[in-house]
Design a protein around this ligand. Structure first.
Ligand SMILES: Cc1cc2nc3c(=O)[nH]c(=O)nc-3n(C[C@H](O)[C@H](O)[C@H](O)COP(=O)(O)OP(=O)(O)OC[C@H]3O[C@@H](n4cnc5c(N)ncnc54)[C@H](O)[C@@H]3O)c2cc1C
Length: 414
């Protein structure tokens, strides 16, 4: 009988894990807390080559998944291009990966509406217990349940996300709904740099997944400082006066908060970027946290993706890292004969990678959290457009099943 993995969390990390574990002879079943289809999480993401390679390894198409950008520009308040540099990146959207991964998984391997409450480990197996009272049994639990992971909370309660001191507002507009004069920015990765703030904007697949001119979307990520004790709770308080902690559902963001954002957009951003903020009916924000886990393996339980490490989004690699974690786990299970040895190998590889990415996110975000002096715009643009090469997933040795003794990541620009 095949060994069985219980994957907790049915987002991209969990889906990559299920596919890649199945490809090395495991029976993998996903349990996702949210009952509805997740595909509406339509935010834009930056991609790296490893993501396309892992889609191919699963047997899914990786072409036309995103929009290619060949130029990075910095726009001043009037809309003039103050800096420009050639880059080569593919920008995509979360749902462009979610949909094919979800559809390719057999229906009986994905259970929606299952919220994990605890894990019970025994000598011969492990069980996941869910809020509806049901339980599932297997040989391994994969915690792919994100930054607020309940799996991690049970095993590693001291590892807590650290607030970066700022939020990311997000807005998106469809190319087809914008005047022709917007066309030039759709080919660019653009920056606006108000004092101690950063607005990054780039093309993404449109609402229907279109990646060709006329059918794309333009995604705005606007980092703004928000003090933890004062401004963040103010932003997260709805019109009835209830504070939702550090994350408020988008429809509950107060009208006066959105109106104030629009005023600042008009006053401080390049007109084209401001217009996208103004046209977005429901801009929303995410408070930025990062996280480092000192351990990833606990007997028959392992953490991956955002449950294990979260870098600030400047690195633009959270999805790729979740996919690379899943591949490293599958490869370790295939290469080692015992579970303990496989998980130890996985932990050794991915802990170094996670720490390196978190450190890079902190360095790039230092301009915003006030811990570094104002940065040269050219340098900021160059660092944000770097591609990451995940050496161990792309090496010939890896493909033949021989893992390198450690994971290296390199940043490169072309
Ligand atoms: C502003 C911003 C910009 C970003 N930009 C990029 C980018 O450009 N490129 C990029 O690659 N990444 C980007 N990211 C990061 C990226 O979104 C994440 O790294 C990625 O989604 C991680 O996937 P995951 O599957 O590990 O976790 P998640 O996507 O968080 O999924 C966790 C899943 O677990 C489920 N879950 C939680 N608790 C339970 C439970 N108890 N039981 C069952 N299920 C549970 C959740 O419902 C969720 O579906 C960005 C993030 C932010 C905030």
């Amino acid at each position: 009988m095949k060994p069985r993995a219980l994957v907790i969390g049915g987002s991209l990390g969990g889906l990559f894990a299920a596919h890649l574990l199945r490809s090395v002879g495991w029976d993998a079943v996903v349990f996702e807390r949210i009952a509805e289809d997740l595909a509406s999480r339509g935010v834009g993401i930056g991609t790296h080559n490893a993501l396309a390679e892992l889609m191919q390894r699963i047997g899914l198409p990786s072409g036309e998944m995103g929009v290619e950008v060949r130029s990075s520009i910095c726009l001043d308040r009037t809309g003039r291009i103050a800096q420009e540099m050639p880059i080569s990146r593919i920008m995509s959207s979360w749902s462009s990966y979610y949909r094919p991964l979800r559809e390719a998984l057999p229906e009986d391997c994905y259970h929606a509406g299952k919220s994990l409450v605890r894990i019970e480990q025994g000598a011969n197996g492990v069980a996941a217990v869910f809020a509806d009272g049901s339980r599932a049994e297997g040989d391994l639990v994969v915690g792919a349940d994100g930054i607020r992971s309940g799996v991690r909370a049970q095993l590693l309660p001291a590892a807590q996300p650290a607030y970066a001191g700022y939020v990311a507002w997000r807005a998106v507009a469809e190319e087809a709904e914008l005047p022709e004069s917007f066309r030039p920015i759709f080919d660019c990765y653009s920056f606006c740099l108000p004092e101690r703030e950063m607005v990054l904007s780039y093309p993404v697949p449109g609402r229907d997944g279109g990646t060709r001119p006329g059918r794309r979307g333009y995604n705005v990520v606007w980092y703004r400082p928000a003090a933890f004790a004062t401004e963040l709770p103010r932003l997260c308080t709805d019109a009835s006066g209830r504070c939702h902690g550090v994350a408020i559902p988008p429809p509950l963001i107060r009208a006066d908060v959105v109106a104030a954002l629009r005023d600042v957009a008009r006053a401080q951003l390049a007109p084209a970027i401001a217009e996208i903020v103004l046209r977005t009916q429901q801009p929303f924000f995410q408070a930025i946290f990062d996280l480092e886990s000192p351990r990833l393996a606990f007997g028959r339980v392992v953490l991956l993706g955002d449950a294990a490490f979260v870098a600030r989004p400047h690195v633009g690699a959270g999805v790729t890292k979740a996919a690379v974690d899943a591949a490293a786990l599958a490869d370790a299970l295939a290469a080692e004969s015992g579970l303990d040895a496989a998980l130890a190998r996985y932990e050794r590889l991915q802990r170094g990678l996670g720490s390196a990415i978190v450190a890079r996110g902190r360095r790039l975000g230092a301009y915003l959290d006030g811990s570094a002096p104002t940065r040269d715009p050219h340098e900021l643009m160059r660092e944000h457009s770097a591609k990451i090469k995940f050496t161990h997933t792309t090496s010939a040795g890896q493909r033949s099943g021989q893992l390198r003794p450690d994971t290296r990541i390199d940043y490169y620009y072309d």
